[in-house]
Write a protein that binds this ligand. Structure first.
Ligand code: AMP
Length: 378
């Protein structure tokens, strides 16, 4: 074990969105300093960090200089280019490591890692050419989803294939690049497990969280997930397996489809705190962001105990279509907490903030968070 990085030290975050912001808030509360690097200015993370560096991820001199000034580097999005992570790693420890990034930032690598490890995924085929796509459609059947292998999130770079003859259209739509074709799963529900692993192998998790998506973007999460205890246990066991096999030091989220027969299929991995874990900030003894901090600093991980069930609803830029949402109305709901990320421009589909409702009954938390969100635009 290396020596723990103690309060007072500076932590570097590559990326500057809301995940970095909530990480920075957790880190500053525990007396750490936070530096952030991204190509942007006045960012959600930069607004609450001690130091905001504006530089391209390809500016390896700037990345090295950034890493030299901190005790450890972590990241808040998995698409940090490999040379950036390598440049940082020459000057400071990077956690999770570049190899975790490498596996999880490309769908083909991620899926073959899972398959080789005997972990269940959605049925899929690798696609590199139009002819390959034709073959994959013939093998998997329709409906299916074509997803670019690299740099996809929130449904970007995806095309639903409903008919065998739509291969050329699908291939053009994703820009004729390396991809995977996945069988379209008629799932019962979607769940995720947010978990953390320390340098010494300590493992903690927040149990199964239930997720509803809208237009491929996470819309609402509920914890604990309203699934059979056996399914929740299996999901946690699979998540533990993923974190151990990848050797993660930090937080990782595993997203699952729950099939109609209760079988679990891993849809995606995110090697960082995840949108579905935002409710841990208000509902748990320690949030997913504090776990990330503790893990990357080599401190013991904290309790994940949930004070009360919770539901989280995302606030997308669409809510601003008719002007500023009515914050007073949402704040009038007792037990509802408002989080805004400090983003200046509310574009449609852009995650601007979220609401969390706490209640002894998850159903009631779910109803309340939706009512609070509706009240914003009435
Ligand atoms: P992804 O970006 O791959 O996580 O996809 C975002 C969302 O799209 C998922 O959470 C699902 O709601 C939906 N989706 C993606 N892939 C599939 C699939 N193979 N079958 C059914 N729904 C899917």
């Amino acid at each position: 074990m290396t020596k723990p990085i103690l309060p007072g030290a500076a932590i570097g975050v590559l990326g500057s969105g809301q995940l970095g912001r909530m990480f920075a808030i957790a880190a500053r509360r525990m007396g750490y300093r936070v530096h952030t690097l991204s190509p942007d200015q006045d960012t959600p993370t930069g607004q609450v960090a001690d130091v905001e560096v504006t530089a391209s991820y390809d500016d390896l001199d700037a990345v090295s200089e950034f890493a030299r000034r901190v005790s450890v580097v972590t990241f808040e999005f998995e698409n940090v280019p490999a040379p950036t992570a390598e440049a940082a790693a020459r000057c400071a420890p990077v956690r999770p490591s570049g190899s975790v990034l490498h596996t999880t930032q490309q769908r083909i690598r991620e899926k073959s890692f899972l398959t080789k490890g005997g972990l269940p995924t959605t049925p899929y085929r690798e696609v590199r050419t139009l002819e390959g796509l034709d073959r994959a459609i013939a093998e998997l059947g329709c409906p299916a989803v074509l997803k670019t292998a690299a740099f996809g999130y929130d449904g970007k770079g995806q095309f639903r294939v409903d008919a065998a003859n739509s291969a050329p259209e699908a291939w053009n739509a994703i820009g004729k690049q390396e991809a995977v074709l996945e069988a379209f799963i008629d799932f019962d529900c979607e769940i995720s497990v947010v978990a953390a692993r320390g340098e010494d192998g300590q493992f903690v998790h927040y149990g199964a969280i239930e997720n509803q998506h809208n237009r491929h973007i996470l819309d609402v999460s509920v914890a604990p997930a309203r699934v059979a205890p056996k399914i929740a246990r299996e999901a946690v066991d699979l998540a533990r397996c993923v974190l151990e096999k990848l050797g993660v030091v930090g937080v990782l989220c595993v997203e699952f489809f729950v099939a109609r027969d209760g079988a679990l299929m891993i849809n995606e991995l995110a090697p960082r705190p995840h949108n579905s874990g935002h409710l841990t900030v208000d509902a748990c003894v320690s949030s997913q962001f504090e776990q990330q901090l503790r893990a990357v600093c080599g401190l013991p991980l904290a309790s994940t105990e949930m004070h009360r069930p919770a539901a989280m609803a995302n606030l997308l830029g669409d809510l601003w279509a008719n002007g500023e949402p009515d914050w007073r109305a949402a704040c009038a709901f007792p037990g509802v907490k408002l989080h805004l990320y400090g983003k200046l421009e509310p574009r449609p589909g852009r995650k601007m903030g979220h609401l969390t409702a706490l209640n002894h009954d998850p159903e009631e938390a779910y109803r309340t968070v939706l009512a609070a969100r509706r009240s914003l635009t009435r």
